[in-house]
Ligand binder design. Structure first.
Ligand code: NAD
Length: 485
């Protein structure tokens, strides 16, 4: 075991859980045993809630300009520890070192946004009638929870940590049991940055802890990111317990490629979008809809895909179960009559035989009802559907239940505008394969890719992590003056 057994982080200390149940943490890169992660229980969660409750009065009353000083220092420490954090991310998740560096850089950008919150959170004030003023202020909620998936061990936690905490809340995070190491390291860095004990807590585990979070009466808000199946369960359970909940789910992102798209640029974007992070991104291109004759572009996509080498510029998928699931989707498409132009099945990386790799895969002549066209595959696979018209392409995109992202590749501005208007997705790209809005713009999908109001990052997150206090104040200036004299 490369690292010591993982512990929860409660009240500023790493502590043992009250159970002995653990899971192995295995590196997808080479099958190495990294550590064990505890499966905490409701008592462990309650300990974390108590620590967070104890920290809340002082933290919430600390002026926001002081609170964000912690995040200026946190940002500097993320920069200082970038290499180590990126190595850890790559090791536990399986993505390449370069992708992991990009992930930590994104954490830095998210933290930069949090340091600007004092500029964004100012309330409103108006004299509504003579001597009477109304004012609003954003007030923190209390103890809040963040439940995160395996595919971004540092970035998705940092969608919530800097904003929720800078806004005055105390947080409990439940990392994915598949990638539990990064959050522990983030806890150490937050402490080094000067965050008071109890403001940030990490409780490891699986379903039981998620359920305990949704049920705990002292947790005010739950942020969830993961698959749609679980996003629905969490949203229902948390809101049925009268909690505020924002629950982000899975995705099936469509790239619409028009015949006037620039071939090289489009092919590079499609290949990079479908294979980046081994296709394990909620923003990955999963289905490409070629409108009209896009044969040249498809040929170039295959050329680009063949340049993506597992173990070199393509990371591993999270585990064997995932590898098998992705391969079975490819085999099913073949059985259903689609054509496998580039086949990533049965991939082995020399010297890393226990790693779980799937090579880049391009499937052509997919029909809209095939499972590779309708379901989230979460692997480096692009399914190409052919249509004659843009409206047919839009009908396919609109019919899928998800709505995270959609992109169009064209040189026609009017057509791009038409697709922006008609696509049923929260984030749209024009000649961009992974249309993730950069800070300060907010991140969030539509339809079954997100349940709850608002987005998880950017200004939208201020509304989620705070409540508004409205005061109506009447002072009679003349009476005050008379009293003084
Ligand atoms: P997942 O839903 O399996 O797990 C997410 C979290 O929920 C984990 O912490 C896990 O321990 C917990 N969990 C798992 N099963 C549960 C259950 N039955 N009840 C309660 N909790 C449960 O997701 P994953 O496999 O870790 O991540 C991949 C998924 O996340 C993909 O579908 C991807 O699209 C999605 N994702 C979405 C976004 C977004 O912004 N919409 C971002 C990243 C990932």
């Amino acid at each position: 075991m490369k690292y010591s057994a993982i512990q929860n982080y409660i009240g500023g200390q790493f502590v043992d859980t009250s159970t002995t149940k653990t899971m192995d943490v295995i590196s997808p890169l080479d099958g190495n045993h990294l550590s064990t992660v505890p499966m905490s229980n409701a008592k462990d969660l309650d300990d974390a809630v108590k620590a967070a409750q104890a920290a809340f009065p002082a933290w919430s009353k600390t002026p926001i300009k002081e609170r964000v000083q912690v995040f200026f220092r946190y940002k500097t420490l993320l920069e200082k520890n970038l290499k180590e954090l990126a190595e850890l991310c790559s090791e536990e998740n399986g993505k390449t070192y370069g992708e992991s560096v990009a992930e930590i850089e994104k954490c830095i950008e998210l933290t930069e946004f949090a340091t600007s919150l004092p500029q964004l959170i100012t309330g409103e004030l108006l004299e509504v009638s003579k001597g009477v003023e109304c004012r609003t202020e954003h007030v923190p909620l209390g103890v809040v929870a963040s439940i995160v998936p395996f595919n971004f061990p540092s970035m998705v936690p940092n969608w919530t940590i800097p904003n929720a905490i800078a806004l005055g809340n105390c947080m409990i995070i439940k990392p994915s049991e598949k990638v539990p190491l990064s959050c522990g390291r983030l806890a150490e860095i937050l402490k080094e940055a000067g965050l008071p004990d109890g403001v940030f807590n990490v409780v490891h585990g699986d379903v039981d802890i998620v359920n305990a979070i949704c049920d705990h009466p002292k947790i005010e808000a739950v942020s969830f990111v993961g698959s749609t199946k679980v996003a629905k369960i969490v949203y229902q359970r948390a809101t049925s317990n009268y909690k505020r909940c924002l629950s982000l789910g899975g995705a099936k992102n469509h790239l619409m490629v028009l015949p006037d798209a620039i071939p090289e640029m489009t092919a590079q974007n499609v290949a990079a979008s479908m294979s980046g992070c081994a296709g394990q991104r909620c923003m990955a291109a999963s289905a490409m809809i070629g409108v009209g004759n896009v044969d040249t572009i498809v040929a170039k996509i295959c050329d680009e895909a063949r340049k993506i080498i597992p173990g070199v510029n393509l990371g591993a998928v999270i585990n064997k179960e995932s590898q098998d699931r992705i391969e079975s989707y490819i085999s099913q498409a073949e059985k259903d009559g689609a054509k496998i132009l580039v086949d990533g099945r049965n991939t082995k990386v020399a010297g890393k035989e226990k790693g779980t790799y799937v090579g880049p895969t391009v499937i052509d002549f997919v029909t809209p009802e095939m499972s590779v066209a309708t379901e989230e595959i979460f692997g480096p696979v692009i399914s190409i559907i052919r249509t004659k018209t843009v409206d047919e392409a839009l009908a396919i995109e609109n019919k899928n239940p998800y709505g995270n992202a959609a992109s169009v590749f064209t040189q026609n501005g009017g057509m791009a505008r038409y697709i922006i208007d008609k696509a049923s997705a929260g984030m749209i790209g024009v000649n961009v394969g992974v249309p993730v809005p950069r800070e300060p713009f907010s991140f969030g999908g539509w339809n079954e890719s997100k349940f709850g109001v608002g987005d998880i990052t950017g200004k939208s997150s201020i509304e989620f992590w705070t409540k508004l206090k409205k005061s109506t104040i009447k002072w009679n200036a003349e009476a005050g003056v008379n009293w003084m004299s």
